[in-house]
Design a protein around this ligand. Structure first.
Ligand code: PLP
Length: 450
């Protein structure tokens, strides 16, 4: 096929071929949906593009709009669609379970729930063997914080500046970015210096940042804490991979202060980092509690808290349940996800394609002054745009322009970071090298247009 050229004679990047056509769409137009959304949905809901995209169908790493136009989904529904949109095995598991039993409460037995709990814990190290299912990452983190407070009898929690852990009372306290905070009572939460190799004061020296955790314990608490919670790679915070050596040092201080270590794997779990199944493994630590959501169900509402038998005992003090958490339809999807990750070697793929993609993106840094940093691991990559490399001045409008231009070419990426100037690339783990090439070519083309 002949290449398309723009008005300046530059080759326009072309989406790789894909053998699937969505069924015809005869629903309302994007404008009609937008008008309804504005009228009936909370104004807090935002969208990335000047003209929001109406997504109608999804297949693996692609989304389709109402005209059947195909887009490479390199955001993956916020790192959620790990196996690919509407992966046939996940769809079958959901449909089959739905036909048999849609809901059962905890007062009965059901194999979909127990089988998935067994399979999930087999993926975790140490004595992390007891699961409590929730419907979201927020709920999982709320529960984890409560368990830690009950278990230790302490109230103080340490989380990282720039973290995102959810949007309910406790988790909004642990979240540390004013972009996501309402009038929350920040009871007992202390925010430690972020071990951010690009913007942080100690560069890539993880142990130096961890001294702040020790300082917070010494100067902000009674000397005992309930928990430390952190992501291994901050997602919403702009794909910030914690400086090497940080977690072992921070965990050590927390353990000495009697606290539990909570790993929030909502974005970095389920093979996304490529090198490991869980993000915390990249720093060689074993947490006391692991929380997860997003990728666990490939987009189905599901979350989980996994901890040790001993710690889980605190939940027997009262009746504790969640109406929908561990719904058999969701857990059937979860089991299918684990099987697909293994069968299709998605972790290996995330490693190979992710390394290739990062290398190609890093080359854009040599070509464009505006590309300040390229970072991340596996298929969790961030590209930070700055107008001044020395001052690291966030290039906010440039970020939006590039995203809009990339969307027009057929590539969807996310954005985040405190200043909203970091591209977030978190595609389904079935992403191919051809997809990576298309993404980088589209970004290259769009950066050149700035
Ligand atoms: N933790 C992390 C790391 C997240 O990225 C998010 C959401 O983006 C949450 C927790 C909250 O999850 P949810 O939106 O499912 O409540």
């Amino acid at each position: 096929e002949a290449s398309l050229h723009d008005n300046n004679g530059v080759v326009v990047p072309k989406i790789p071929p894909f053998d699937y056509s969505p069924p015809p769409y005869d629903g309302p137009s994007a404008d009609e949906i937008l008008a309804k959304r504005k009228q009936y949905l909370s104004p807090s809901m935002f969208y990335f593009y000047q003209k929001p995209l109406n997504v109608v169908d999804g297949k693996m790493q692609y989304l389709f709009d109402e005209n059947g136009r195909r887009y490479l989904d390199a955001f993956g529904g916020i790192a959620t669609v790990c196996c690919g949109h509407c992966h046939p095995d996940v769809v079958d598991a959901i449909v089959n379970q739905t036909k048999r039993l849609q809901h059962s409460t905890i007062v009965y037995l059901n194999r979909a729930i127990s089988d998935f709990a067994e399979a999930l814990t087999s993926k975790l190290p140490g004595n992390l063997k007891v699961v409590f299912f929730t419907n979201s990452g927020t709920e999982a983190n709320e529960l984890a914080l409560m368990i830690a407070r009950l278990y230790t009898g302490c109230h103080d929690i340490i989380s990282l500046r720039n973290a995102y852990h959810g949007n309910a009372a406790g988790t909004m306290g642990a979240t540390a970015q004013c972009n996501w905070k309402f009038n929350v009572v920040q009871s007992g939460v202390h925010h430690a210096l972020n071990p951010d190799p690009y913007r942080g004061v100690f560069g890539s020296d993880g142990e130096k940042y961890a001294r702040d955790v020790q300082d917070l314990i010494e100067f902000g608490t009674s000397g005992n804490v309930a928990a430390f919670i952190s992501e291994a790679i901050q997602g919403i915070g702009g794909i910030v991979e914690l400086a090497p050596g940080y977690l072992p040092a921070a965990y050590s201080s927390i353990k000495k202060a009697g606290g539990l270590c909570i790993a929030d794997e909502v974005q970095s779990g389920f093979a996304r980092t490529g090198s490991h199944f869980w993000g915390f493994e990249t720093q060689g630590v074993v947490p006391d509690i692991v929380t997860m959501a997003k990728g666990i169900g490939n987009g189905i509402p599901l979350g989980a808290v996994v901890t040790t038998p001993e710690i889980s005992e605190v939940l027997t003090r009262r009746s504790y349940f969640n109406t929908f958490g561990g719904n058999p339809v969701c857990t059937a999807a979860g089991l299918a996800v684990l099987n697909v990750i293994e069968k299709e070697k998605l972790q290996e793929n995330a490693f190979i394609v992710g390394s290739y993609l990062k290398e190609r993106l890093a080359a854009l840094k040599d070509k464009y002054e505006v590309v300040g940093d390229v970072r991340g691991r596996g298929l969790m990559i961030g590209v930070e745009l700055v107008t001044d490399r020395q001052l690291k001045t966030p290039a906010k409008t440039e970020t939006l322009h590039v995203m809009d231009q990339m969307k027009d070419l057929g590539v969807l990426i996310g954005k985040g970071g405190y200043y909203g100037n970091v591209f977030r690339i978190t595609p389904p783990l079935c992403f191919t090298k051809e997809d990576a090439d298309f993404l980088v070519d589209a970004m290259d083309y769009s950066l050149a247009k700035l």
